[in-house]
Design a binder for this molecule. Structure first.
Ligand code: EPZ
Length: 417
């Protein structure tokens, strides 16, 4: 297993290219199951999670091919509608194959994803929605066994779940009749998926709002699509630049997708400049404390909560961070405290009292975004070395993070443990 070693205290300076969005690529790959001709995705990030999804689709007989950052996905060779536990347990997003399998083949056997570090992460909203579309759902030996046919319906989601909105949009694209999803998730990745499905011949409108209408069609064809930039990766680099009192520009980003984050960085006293697809953040004099509450989009994204907490550990004053989307997303706190942070937890709130500097320490990555927070904390630590183990968590969502941070002046390296 690899380790990442960091000697912090240097302001990050320079520009870094933002890759394609992981949380768009994964549902887009699942959506390709619906294509009766091959599809091509461009701007695909080279991430472990993408390779895991590729492996799952290949298990079902799909023929996929990577050439650089483009990927051809051919579902004409699919010969199985089973998503096995040993792959689904590795990555919850594997559950996104349920909707397209059911929509296209009228049957699916998909392992329940199980919980993970940030919470139990049930799939009740997915299953209730599919049943509303007429699917017969049974749970046997930890698998969801689902059968069609599907007929359009009006579905009100109990919570604007991103994955449930995506699964239901994909299933409904092949249901007979009209489906209206209300209280739908509004994340940019939903609109990206709808654009791809419509290019394949689906009839989806309203994606990006809380009411999405899908008129079912008899078949979907092939399509070519460019994955949107990864707003969470862009936000991670900007937060790292601010946390280290540096000056970082992210290239090929979409500032609209980060409006709530940029507003919070400005409120903390960072200088933010948006020039087309370039976003620059600088904070040479450090930042002051701010309060942050995570919300569904367009609120402050839960996927940037841990990284922002690391930044606030060295802000001037006391900040209150509230996590409202997941029930246990403070996995980074214990390790940040070991690095000298002053954090008090109270339920889903954390009071972060800024300290002059953190100290390097050996720490362990737990989940993807908590690990990114530890990297940021290590970059700000003025004394000592931070050694992060279990970096496979980071590789799930960030492409060669140590090389890209090093290009911004960080003293960081990856070593084999
Ligand atoms: C997506 O997960 C993202 N993953 C997550 O990013 C992100 O944190 C999350 O959306 C919220 O924005 C991908 O897109 C691959 P949800 P998803 O369904 O779809 C509860 C990362 O770091 N819920 O919107 O699984 C659930 O427990 C990852 O890149 C139900 O109760 O998230 C959670 O508390 C982490 N029942 C809340 O809703 C359900 O049926 C939000 O979950 C579904 C969800």
């Amino acid at each position: 297993m690899d380790k990442i070693l960091i000697r912090g205290g240097k302001p990050l300076k320079g520009a870094v290219q933002v890759r394609g969005a992981k949380n768009s690529t994964l549902p887009l790959m699942a959506a390709a199951l619906l294509g009766e001709q091959p599809c091509v995705l461009h701007n695909v990030p080279c991430l472990h999670d993408v390779f895991t999804m590729d492996k799952l689709l290949a298990e079902m007989g799909m023929t996929n091919e990577f050439t650089g950052r483009s990927m051809t996905l051919d579902a004409t060779t699919v010969d199985s509608q089973v998503a096995p536990y040993d792959l689904v347990r590795k990555m919850r997003a594997s559950f996104f194959v349920l909707g397209p399998l059911l929509g296209r083949y009228g049957k699916a056997r998909v392992s329940l994803p199980g919980g993970c570090a940030i919470g139990t992460r049930p799939v009740d909203i997915h299953l209730k929605g599919l049943e509303a579309l007429g699917a017969r759902i049974a749970i046997e030996d930890g698998y969801v066994i689902a059968e069609g046919p599907l007929a359009g319906a009006d579905i009100a989601l109990d919570f604007p779940s991103v994955g449930a909105t995506e699964n239901l949009m994909m299933a409904a694209s092949r249901a007979s009749g009209v489906t209206r999803l209300s209280n739908a998730a509004r994340e940019p990745e939903i609109a990206d998926l709808a654009q791809f499905l419509n290019a394949m011949g689906a009839q989806i409108s309203g994606a990006g709002t809380d009411l999405i209408t899908i008129v079912g069609v008899d078949a979907l064809g092939g399509a070519e699509h460019v994955v949107i930039p990864d707003r969470i990766e862009a936000g991670t680099f900007l937060v790292a630049g601010v946390a280290t009192r540096g000056d970082v520009t992210v290239l090929n980003a979409n500032a609209e997708h980060l409006a709530s984050v940029l507003a919070k960085l400005r409120a903390a006293g960072a200088e933010i400049e948006v020039m087309g697809s370039r976003i620059r953040a600088s904070a040479p004099d450090g930042i002051k404390a701010i309060d942050v509450t995570t919300q569904v989009h367009p609120g402050f994204p839960t996927d940037l909560q841990a990284q922002t907490m690391a930044m606030l550990c060295v802000a001037d004053g006391a900040s209150i961070l509230k996590e409202t989307v997941f029930e246990n997303r403070f996995m980074q706190v214990a390790e940040l405290v070991r690095m000298g942070a002053d954090i008090e937890l109270d339920g889903n709130s954390a009071v972060v009292r800024g300290v002059p500097a953190l100290k390097g320490a050996p720490v362990m990555a737990s989940d993807l975004r908590a690990s990114a927070a530890l990297v940021i904390a290590g970059l700000t630590a003025e004394k000592g070395e931070t050694a992060i183990s279990r970096v496979y968590h980071i590789d799930r969502g960030y492409e060669r993070i140590e090389e890209r941070l090093a290009s911004l002046g960080a003293e960081i390296q990856r070593v084999r443990e």
